[in-house]
Design a protein around this ligand. Structure first.
Ligand code: PHE
Length: 353
């Protein structure tokens, strides 16, 4: 009995892990364990023997059982210690720096413009950047021989040899979206269409790709007065200060009458300030939609009339945020992007008119 005790106590304390300990438990106290078998032998003993041996066996079983439990707990503690050591983490270490991108001024201004016009009931419409020449020109009352086609410095897409349909073009303005929006939605309608446009032009103030936003409102009695109010409301909200506008008679094939619109500004001390002084800065083209344009969009010009305008987004960004060079917009210089970019969580700043 004493041998059994020492053997098993030694094996218990020597068990390296839970599996080894379980083996010891089965060898001693399992159904076919040594102690259990000894217990079974009690039946063949005399009553006196049974009393002493039985008592001793019981005590031994209890002792081994206690030792097994204690060892089990010790092994569990050790395992936990190991884990705590392995998973230790210094939360006081400074966080690793993460490079954060910025919102491009063109995206920011597009959001701002969209938000302001949305407040006036304009929805965003879209069209493709590769257009048919019908949408880009004919539907807008620009005939094939019209000088405006040359003025627009159009990029033409390549056609396969033998294909003599008129080539597609990179849209030279957002005005073709007027036609698409009318065809899609009919009248009455109020939309803006921001997006990329392309012209073969490259100098200090021109890039071959730039951004415009088209505006269009059609109703039964929409007039130039509505156009002027909407634009003044827009500029005032956009620049955060009351901005007066000046309409100058102009010409576009797709509007009649047509007007170029200037906004009020001052140049004092070589610094441009919008909404002050008595200088003027041209910012957009506009007018009442030509009956032929309404017709091309499937809208009856005897019943409906509307205004349209087209404005440069990049130009607006330069004016609002004091960005001097247009070409830098599209050079992807990280230093420029970090300097003029906006944080991802900066909401478009829209001021009440
Ligand atoms: N599409 C004209 C341009 O790009 C601007 C414009 C739009 C003028 C709508 C009048 C009406 O110059």
């Amino acid at each position: 009995m004493q041998d059994l005790r020492e053997t098993y106590l030694a094996r218990i304390s020597g068990a390296a892990d839970q599996a080894a300990l379980e083996e010891v438990r089965l060898a001693a106290l399992g159904k076919k364990g040594e102690i259990s078998l000894k217990m079974r032998e009690l039946g063949q003993m005399s009553p006196e023997e049974r009393q002493t041996v039985g008592k001793a066996l019981n005590e031994l079983r209890n002792e081994l059982d206690t030792a097994l439990r204690a060892k089990k707990a010790a092994l569990e503690d050790a395992a936990l210690d190991e884990r705590l050591k392995a998973e230790w983490l210094d939360v006081t270490l400074p966080a690793r720096h993460r490079a954060r991108g910025t919102i491009h001024p063109v995206s920011q201004v597009t959001e701002e413009v969209t938000a302001i016009f949305a407040d006036m009931g304009f929805r965003v419409a879209e069209g493709p950047q590769i257009e048919t020449d019908w949408y880009n020109f004919d539907a807008l009352n620009i005939a094939p021989e019209h000088p405006a086609r040359q003025e627009h410095d159009t990029f033409f897409m390549h056609r396969a040899e033998g294909d003599d349909r008129p080539p597609h073009v990179l849209r030279t303005h957002t005005s073709p979206v007027q036609i698409r929006a009318m065809q899609d939605q009919g009248a009455p309608i109020r939309v803006i269409a921001p997006g990329r446009v392309y012209r073969m032009d490259m100098d200090l103030t021109h890039t071959p790709m730039f951004h415009q936003v088209e505006g269009m409102a059609i109703g039964e009695d929409i007039s130039m007065a509505n156009l002027k109010w909407v634009l003044e409301e827009f500029f005032t909200a956009f620049f955060g200060t009351k901005v007066r506008t000046r309409f100058r008679a102009s010409h576009f094939p797709f509007t009649e009458p047509s007007a170029e619109v200037d906004i009020q500004c001052s140049w004092e001390g070589g610094q441009l300030r919008v909404g002050e002084g008595d200088g003027w800065l041209e910012v957009l083209g506009s007018g009442m939609m030509h009956p032929k344009v309404l017709q091309a969009g499937g809208i009856d010009p005897d019943k409906w009339q509307g205004f349209a305008f087209g404005m440069g987004i990049d130009r607006m960004a330069m004016l609002k945020y004091g960005i001097p060079d247009l070409r830098a917009f599209f050079e992807s210089d990280l230093r420029w992007l970090r300097h003029y970019g906006f944080g991802a969580l900066e909401a478009p700043s829209v001021h009440a008119g």
